[in-house]
Design a protein around this ligand. Structure first.
Ligand SMILES: [Zn+2]
Length: 333
């Protein structure tokens, strides 16, 4: 498997260079905020940095080997001097816990303690205010690493105390070219470039069975919407869903559907042909399907999936909308 370090070197060169500078010259600081678009590897970078602080087999640039015991323990969240929280789970008690644990001296031999809060924008304000007090009293052996998909939503008082690391965004052209280089079809390159800005992940995904399956199910859904909308619910609950869950790609399916409805909306406004699902999108754009309602239903489903809502309810609601049996997804004629 390719190391994360290689990914950084190949596709995030600025970040790679600045990390080498920091680790090699020992110019690290006590708090980092890693920012990137949705789907970009902010968490992977946070873990790699944590590994680089504690690795027992660092390379010539003082970066993590990603293979030793310490590196593996960070990855499995079993390193004693390491605490990981998702932003949405960060209760005030958890901040107390970080403070309490990190006031003790380090247990592992690297003698440094690292905590990661993934997607800090999702953390409750009261927890963040508590965390701020802790951040205000930096200690040389405690490192905080935060990640975000939305820099605008992070408390400015947190931002100002962190060194910012921005993962670079790729242009559509760069994303498409990278996929064409691995001989992907133009249709697939274009579809994935619309869905995600994660170049590395897209290149891996485009040739995979998971991608093919998600695409096939999306295509079937669009066709059922056009021909037998009532059957869509039956199809998804009896086949589509199980296959998507098996390959853990329900999110990809939602992203694909969303891309299609946006393309249909665009076609309606500009008559510009879509590069993917061309026939289906043209038909949807010229049908009386409520495109806007479908997009809203997909966005709602995405939001509910993040907030751990009852999954089967989320599924039912979405498929009913897509089949046109609900106000928000109904056909307008
Ligand atoms: Zn290591």
């Amino acid at each position: 498997m390719q190391k994360f370090k290689e990914y950084l070197k190949n596709t995030q060169h600025m970040v790679y260079e600045s990390l080498i500078h920091a680790f090699l010259k020992k110019k690290t600081t006590h708090a980092y905020l890693i920012s990137g678009t949705i789907g970009s590897p902010v968490l992977e970078l946070a873990e790699f940095m944590a590994q680089s602080f504690v690795c027992s087999n660092k390379d010539e640039n003082h970066m993590a080997c990603e293979e030793c015991d310490e590196c593996n323990k960070i990855k499995n969240n079993s390193y004693i001097d390491y605490i990981f929280y998702k932003g949405e789970d960060l209760k005030r008690d958890n901040v107390d816990n970080i403070q309490r644990e990190f006031n003790k001296s380090a247990v592992e031999k690297a003698n440094i303690k690292v905590y990661v809060i993934h997607l800090i924008e999702k953390a409750p304000i009261s927890s963040l205010n508590k965390l701020l007090k802790f951040l205000e009293e930096p200690s040389s052996d405690i490192i905080a690493i935060f990640t975000t998909y939305s820099m605008m939503s992070v408390l400015p008082t947190i931002v100002s105390r962190c060194q910012i690391i921005n993962l670079r965004q790729f242009s559509q052209k760069e994303l498409i070219n990278a996929m064409l280089e691995v001989n992907a079809d133009f249709e697939d390159a274009k579809l994935l470039a619309v869905i995600s800005n994660d170049l590395e992940k897209n290149v891996k995904l485009v040739k995979s069975e998971e991608y093919k399956t998600a695409k096939e199910i999306t295509k079937n859904c669009l066709n059922y919407m056009l021909t037998k909308p009532d059957y869509l619910i039956f199809y998804m609950l009896n086949q589509g869903l199980a296959r998507l869950e098996e390959i853990k790609q329900f999110d990809l399916y939602l992203d694909m559907l969303q891309a299609c409805f946006f393309a249909a909306m665009y076609y309606k406004a500009s008559k510009e042909e879509s590069y993917f699902f061309k026939d289906e999108i043209e038909k949807i754009a010229t049908s009386n399907i409520d495109i806007y309602g479908c997009i809203m239903a997909i966005l709602t489903a995405k939001q509910e999936m993040i907030s751990n809502a009852n999954k089967s309810l989320v599924y039912d609601k979405l498929f009913i909308c897509l089949a046109g049996g609900d106000n928000s997804g109904k056909r307008s004629s």
